[in-house]
Design a protein around this ligand. Structure first.
Ligand code: FAD
Length: 440
């Protein structure tokens, strides 16, 4: 029996590799070189479309932990990265041409993978399939996908507001409350007086922005306007819009501030909060500088900065099961950026998991989920348990891991302890998968 995989990018190649390690034959469809997305340029598979960095190598960054889990679990992606690494300080960066050539050669030499250079224009009605066509999925296939998810659950743009670590907010200034006390203490609020507000608006208007491309202009018609665009429409636009202070008296003075930034819980462990309505196209240094001028956020640490760009992805918590199957079509699995993760390593990790889930499915079994303490588990947790009304793709970060119980630790030590806990929990899951492979 075969598994069909659509898209031979980072997720698709990893999924294909794992499925063959599980003993299955794979039909791997790739539309290049007959058709290229606006970002892809090379005929090779697993193309890195932008940076050649796979980000931090150390355990102080959760992506380092995710890479180590992939390394310990026989991933082709990380094998290729290690084999083609170039010096990059504390990061893992690769020679992009060698990296793609390495994976392309491995796929070509695998007798159980049939690579078919063809655009897939519809989703198979039967047969186990992994959809890994990426953030720039071809338009015809996107329309087919929309039929499966419903248009309300398929997005074509990221309109991402920054996310910050809750314990870096200054609660001598900020306070927890919902507008008019509805919903208890759900939000964190940062007050601005009149002078602070107008300075903030001026900074937004004057700030350096990332240039938008033609297709991105659409965003403005979709009700996801960047904060700086709103600010440029009038000095009061924000104080009557996302920063309106009504129903939010500052408990220290009992008075309503001139304007308020609200932060909303972003992960189930309440360690991350997003800046409500602050989707932005400001450059990263400008975001850090300007958002840290808001009272209460002077020392804030950003888990993710805001951005707006083209990115096809599905609302995973609404559309997928916790094993990446479409609820509306359980024979189809989603993998990679399309499934709602963000980043090269995350996309490959998602392909790794989808390949295993699909193989077990075909064998009539269910793969146990990786432990929640692992980076694999944290990534899946984001896709299945995030709030579907606010869902946005996310890089792996320690805020997605279950918190550590007990003693207080410095941030750096806490991160290392989370990585240690993840790598200690991995073998109980992975060794079971590996020993079953050996038995077959
Ligand atoms: P891809 O790697 O894009 O693979 C999908 C494959 O499917 C492609 O080869 C495509 O040709 C093929 N395909 C599409 N439609 C069809 C079809 N109908 N039939 C057959 N084949 C099809 N992440 C980072 O970590 N760092 C970065 O610097 C970075 N830069 C990015 C820049 C851009 C412009 C974009 C859009 C994304 C970027 N990302 C980056 C995010 C993400 O990590 C990458 O997009 C990553 O390649 C996603 O992996 P994937 O396997 O999901 O998709």
């Amino acid at each position: 029996m075969d598994i069909t995989i659509i898209g031979a990018g980072l997720a698709g190649c990893e999924a294909a590799w794992q499925a063959t390690q599980e003993g299955f034959q794979v039909k791997l469809y790739e539309m290049k070189p007959l058709q290229y997305s606006p970002a892809h340029k090379s005929e090779d598979l697993a193309e890195l479309v932008c940076s050649n960095s796979l980000r931090g190598a150390g355990m102080n960054n959760a992506v380092g932990c995710l890479k180590e889990e992939l390394r310990r679990s026989g991933s082709l992606f990380i094998e290729a990265a290690d084999a083609t690494a170039v010096p990059a300080g504390g990061a893992l960066a690769v020679d992009r041409a060698e990296f793609s050539a390495y994976i392309s050669a491995k796929i070509a030499a695998n007798p159980n993978i049939q690579l078919i250079r063809e655009e897939v224009t519809s989703l198979p009605e039967t047969g186990v399939t992994i959809l890994a066509s990426g953030p720039l999925t071809s338009p015809t296939l996107s329309s087919e996908l929309e039929k499966l998810t419903g248009s309300e659950h398929l997005y074509f743009y990221d309109a991402i507001a920054p996310v910050v670590e809750a314990d870096s907010i200054d609660f001598n200034i900020a306070w927890r409350a919902s507008r008019y006390d509805k919903g208890g203490d759900d939000y964190i609020n940062c007050p601005l007086n009149e002078e602070q507000y107008f300075n903030f608006v001026q900074e937004l208007v004057d700030a350096d922005k990332v240039a938008g491309r033609e297709f991105e202009k659409l965003i403005h018609f979709e009700g996801c306007m960047p904060i700086e665009e709103m600010a440029s429409r009038g000095a009061q636009t924000l104080s009557f819009g996302p920063m309106k202070p009504v129903g939010l008296p500052d408990p220290k003075s009992g008075k309503i501030p001139y304007a308020v930034l609200q932060l909303r819980q972003d992960n189930r462990h309440a360690t991350l909060f997003n800046l409500v309505g602050f989707q932005t196209r400001l450059t990263y240094p400008e975001q850090k500088r300007i958002f840290r001028s808001i009272p209460g956020l002077e020392q804030v640490r950003f888990a993710r900065l805001g951005s707006m760009h083209r990115n096809t992805f599905i609302n995973a918590p609404a559309c997928l099961t916790d094993s990446l199957q479409f609820r509306a079509a359980p024979h189809i699995y989603a993998a990679g950026q399309l499934s709602g993760v963000e980043g090269y390593v995350e996309s490959a990790a998602c392909g790794f998991l989808a390949g295993l889930f699909a193989a077990y499915h075909l064998r009539g079994e269910r793969l146990p989920s990786p432990p929640a303490e692992t980076a694999f588990g944290a990534l899946l947790g984001h896709l299945s348990a995030a709030d579907s009304s606010e869902f946005q793709p996310m890089n792996i970060n320690y805020g997605l891991f279950p918190p550590l119980e007990g003693r207080k630790m410095k941030r750096a030590d806490r991160r290392l302890a989370m990585a240690e806990r993840a790598l200690a929990a991995l073998p109980q899951w992975w060794e079971n998968v590996a020993s079953r492979r050996e038995e077959r």
